[in-house]
Design a protein around this ligand. Sequence first.
Ligand SMILES: C[S@@+](CC[C@H](N)C(=O)[O-])C[C@H]1O[C@@H](n2cnc3c(N)ncnc32)[C@H](O)[C@@H]1O
Length: 259
Amino acid sequence: MFLNGTKNMPWRAWNYLDLQAGPGRVKIRQTSEIISGSPLIALETNRAFTNCWFVDIDPKNVDALKKRTSQIGRSKLTIICGNCNVEVNKVVEQINATDSEYREGVWSSLNLAFLDPEGLELEWTTVEKLATVKFMDLVINFSTSGFTRNVETALEKGNTEKIDCFFGTTRWLDAYRTVRHEDGNRIRREMINFYKRRLANLGYIHVSDDLYPDELVVKNSKGVQQYTLLFISKSDLGRKFGREAASRNRGQRKLPFTW
Ligand SMILES: C[S@@+](CC[C@H](N)C(=O)[O-])C[C@H]1O[C@@H](n2cnc3c(N)ncnc32)[C@H](O)[C@@H]1O
């Protein structure tokens, strides 16, 4: 959708960043079926991204990913073994350097970053850095289970550094205190809204705390909520893609939204 819906526009490049890329393939535990992970999905599109950057901290994943991507060659690939919260700087500097060259009739690059941590290892500084790129849409795996799993222990131990880094502030605690004794849905909603309000300060669109057609809730096989995918953009077109992606993946469930 991102590539096809923008193909007739004069972008200088279509870039994809996958900052917690994994090994390239995923095994479905219940069925043992093996399917493509996010980096291979990005390389298997009909229209190719111009550049793809894949980062993972685990050398085994990076080795596997290099092997699995060596035959899929239409995008220019950069695969980095390292901490995404550090490596993001190099990637963004490359994109911003390319964008800064004036070319008549050609727009800057159009970028999509998929941020898919297991828990809270995506630091806010990384999101801030990505936001310095003019057109950088984000798909963020907001690990609601990572937050709820960690928060009370962190408070008991008096060590909230990981959560502070995730939200980029200690003010998340004020938001959490307002819902701390309420049910899980209310807590998740408040913390996602807090995060989206912070994204709005970086130039991303957050229309309302009460409407969220650009989100997709993912539960485990026991029906427990694991994470929420957030589709985030600075532009109306990017938001439209996000809403469509979320609604398609909800299995065409009719949305109770008036957007
Ligand atoms: C949920 S998995 C990614 C799955 C992948 N997106 C897919 O669709 O197959 C999260 C990945 O993040 C990696 N990771 C964890 N912390 C990281 C960090 N600080 N920087 C980069 N990668 C990290 C892990 O090694 C793991 O492979």
